[in-house]
Design a protein around this ligand. Structure first.
Ligand code: ADP
Length: 302
């Protein structure tokens, strides 16, 4: 099996673990910097080239596209799809998951519970926006933010108005969200591979912080999730059309609420917290997916 991992940095923990897991299973694996790929967009024979070499021989790709390169990264993934090469996550699903507003709209359409969320373009509508989110305290989020950057807790109406105004003056798109106080600075990361939650951890924010992101100093510990949480996580991943994803859930008084679905979830935090060989499970999953695709393409002689 020939696997390409689309990653900018072969030294990253997640990339290294995937490479090792692929080698352990006898796969021929390459790490390719997707920003260095160029493509020939044609109906006849679409190609993708890296350092002068055609990458058309791959069986399957594993995209690990960074948030700041979603546009070009997704275009490269789409080119592989056009060439009939199987991908762990499809370009469209990656692009969708990177847009917080679009993701929440898709999830809510599928009946998945979320924190009450509002969005507006004009600062003339701040009053109404704050009302939608149930009044202060509330959370203001940059649409394009990741790793907790651009997620602000506004405890009073005045603070909420100032933050919203400041972000909008910078022309940043924002969401305003009800603050789930009872989550007490924790959230649950469910790691989904195919149709299973293969590992889950509770992340706790450091003292004085409400954001539990590991990049913001949060700590992850293995946790047994409820059947309801499992079902919600799987439903969210299916709604987004992803094969592998990290689903972040807040435990609220009215049940599990999905915060976001991450299409390039990091492996370090979850493997360290749970001791699960997540990389191995991802490689098993892509091998099966690629084998199934070959069987469909090449029906047995009758
Ligand atoms: P990012 O995509 O940048 O990680 P998130 O929306 O996941 O942004 O928010 C970062 C963290 O902030 C979450 O992991 C959670 O701990 C906390 N958080 C976010 N939204 C809320 C909310 N509505 N209520 C309570 N805590 C929240």
């Amino acid at each position: 099996m020939r696997i390409i991992i689309l990653s900018r940095n072969p030294k990253l923990y997640s990339t290294q673990r995937l490479v090792q897991a692929a080698k352990d299973r006898g796969c021929d694996v390459k790490v390719i910097d997707y920003l260095r790929c160029y493509m020939n967009i044609t109906a006849m024979k679409p190609t993708i080239v890296y350092a002068g070499k055609d990458l058309g021989e791959a069986d399957v790709i594993i995209p690990r596209i960074g948030a700041s390169h979603t546009f070009y990264g997704a275009a490269v993934v789409r080119q592989f799809e056009t060439m009939g090469i199987v991908t762990l996550n499809r370009a469209q699903a990656i692009t969708r998951s990177r847009d917080k507003l679009r993701s929440l709209q898709i999830l809510s359409q599928k009946g998945i519970d979320l924190p009450v969320t509002g969005c507006a373009h004009s600062t003339k509508d701040i009053e109404g926006l704050i009302k939608i989110a149930g009044g202060p305290p509330l959370v203001v989020k940059l649409l394009e933010g990741t790793q907790g950057i651009g997620v602000v807790l506004a405890e009073t109406k005045k603070a909420a108005e100032s933050v919203i105004e400041a972000f909008r003056d910078l022309d940043a798109n924002i969401l305003v969200q009800e603050f789930i106080k009872e989550a007490s600075g924790t959230d649950i990361r469910c790691f989904v591979v195919g149709d299973k939650v293969v590992a889950s951890m509770i992340r706790k924010a450091k003292d004085g912080e409400f954001r539990s992101n590991l990049h913001r100093g949060g700590k992850g510990t293995q946790i047994e999730i409820t059947e309801e949480e499992r079902a919600v996580a799987l439903k969210a991943v299916a709604a987004m059309g992803l094969g592998v994803a990290g689903v972040d859930i807040l435990r609220s008084n009215r049940g599990p609420l999905v915060l976001e679905v991450n299409s390039t979830p990091g492996l370090k935090g979850i493997e360290e917290a749970t001791g699960t060989d997540v990389a191995g499970l991802i490689i098993n999953y892509v091998i099966k997916k690629a084998e199934r695709a070959t069987q469909v393409k090449e029906p047995m002689d009758s």
